[in-house]
Design a protein around this ligand. Structure first.
Ligand code: ADP
Length: 351
């Protein structure tokens, strides 16, 4: 049976990747208890939610049981970590403190135009003179890089006040950071759970946003773990809910509203944008066809006591703009008017 000294020698080989030191000298190994055949190792991580907890435990276990096979089945780990501090995001070395207002754009359901609305809001804000950034947090289908025409952008790193910051792309006067800059489009689906939340945290805190009036976050659709991770990480100033008038989208939007209102999250909802509200063919400019139903999101706003920030029709140019890297609001005056109205309402609400 290995003794304490031998176990310590093996554990010295396990390095914490972020701290850059072995887990014995940096104090992560709190105690090693040997009672008869049973070995209990207590790992105490100095920071809460350390992303390396599992990999360190696994590495320690594998190394010990490969050197001392008799330990297999007799090795136990106790994991301790620092209690999360409430003001942790502010204490971190971050560049987000220069951002005046952070707004999440959310939808209950995919495909309702949440990303399109985000990019159009951003370019409209920039045109109105605000300093704006967009963070594409939609790990299931990151599309902001395409919508801003910066798919090929490869982010560099700059050191500011001895902190490494990732340089965002810039298009149409908007700073854009996306998880898509770091992955193959085919890999998007493997970004799940804690891994995605950690990657997003880094993008939120370590992007060189500089001074911004507004940072818009394009959230993934739905109300899952990723949302909780991001929402708990950030001091959001407000959320905008995007929905089509269609009943299935409305049902999911209600879940989104509940999530923001829940005591755990408690982020004020600035209002609802009804996207794809109707279709008007060019040759019949006075006709409106309510393809997905009429006023579904408008009614939802009324029933939920929320503001209807605007209604955006189905417009060929909006779709084409999303495909070609130039959001529709920059090209179609009626769309630009609708978005300008929405921005004015949002700005007023956040004053
Ligand atoms: P989400 O982010 O909710 O998944 P997207 O913004 O990617 O949705 O939009 C889904 C599709 O609908 C895209 O092809 C987009 O170009 C198109 N689209 C969104 N809003 C409109 C609109 N108002 N008119 C025409 N096409 C739209």
């Amino acid at each position: 049976m290995a003794d304490k000294k031998q176990i310590q020698e093996v554990l010295k080989e396990v390095i914490h990747p972020e701290l850059g030191s072995d887990i014995l000298s940096n104090g992560i190994i709190e105690t090693i208890e040997i009672k008869e055949e049973r070995v209990t190792i207590t790992l105490n991580f100095p920071k809460s939610r350390d992303p390396f907890t599992n990999s360190i435990k696994k590495q320690a276990k594998e190394l010990l049981t490969s050197r001392y096979t008799e330990l297999a089945g007799n090795l136990f780990f106790v994991i301790k970590e620092a209690a999360p501090k409430k003001e942790e995001p502010k204490e971190q070395k971050t560049d987000t403190k220069k951002i005046a207002q952070i707004i999440a754009v959310a939808s209950g359901k995919g495909g309702v135009g949440k990303s399109t609305v985000t990019s159009n809001l951003a370019v409209t804000m920039a045109k109105m003179g605000y300093a704006v950034g967009v963070l594409d947090a939609d790990i299931y289908g990151p599309s902001q890089a395409k919508m801003f025409g910066v798919e090929d952008y490869k982010p560099g790193v700059e050191v500011v006040d001895s902190v490494e910051l990732i340089v965002p792309a810039e298009a149409h006067g908007v700073k854009v950071m996306s998880i898509a800059f770091f992955i193959n489009s085919d890999d998007a689906l493997i970004w799940r759970g804690p891994m995605a939340t950690n990657a997003l945290k880094q993008l939120i805190h370590q992007t060189q946003w500089g001074e911004l009036d507004y940072l818009l976050i394009d959230l993934p659709p739905g109300t899952g773990d990723i949302h909780l991770g991001i929402l708990q990480e950030l001091q959001l100033n407000g959320a905008i809910i995007v929905s089509t008038p269609q009943q299935v989208a409305i049902a999911d939007a209600i879940r989104g509203i509940k999530m923001f209102n829940s005591p755990k999250i408690d982020v004020p909802i600035l209002g609802i944008v009804e996207n794809m509200a109707w279709f008007t063919p060019e040759e019949l400019p006075n006709n409106r066809y309510y393809i997905f139903g009429k006023d579904g999101a408008a009614k939802l706003a009324k029933e939920s006591n929320l503001d209807l920030l605007g209604q955006i029709p189905i417009t060929m140019g909006v779709m084409e703009g999303g495909e070609s890297g130039k959001p529709g609001s920059l090209m179609i005056s009626t769309i630009n008017n609708s978005y300008s109205d929405i921005v004015k309402k949002v700005v007023n609400k956040l004053k």
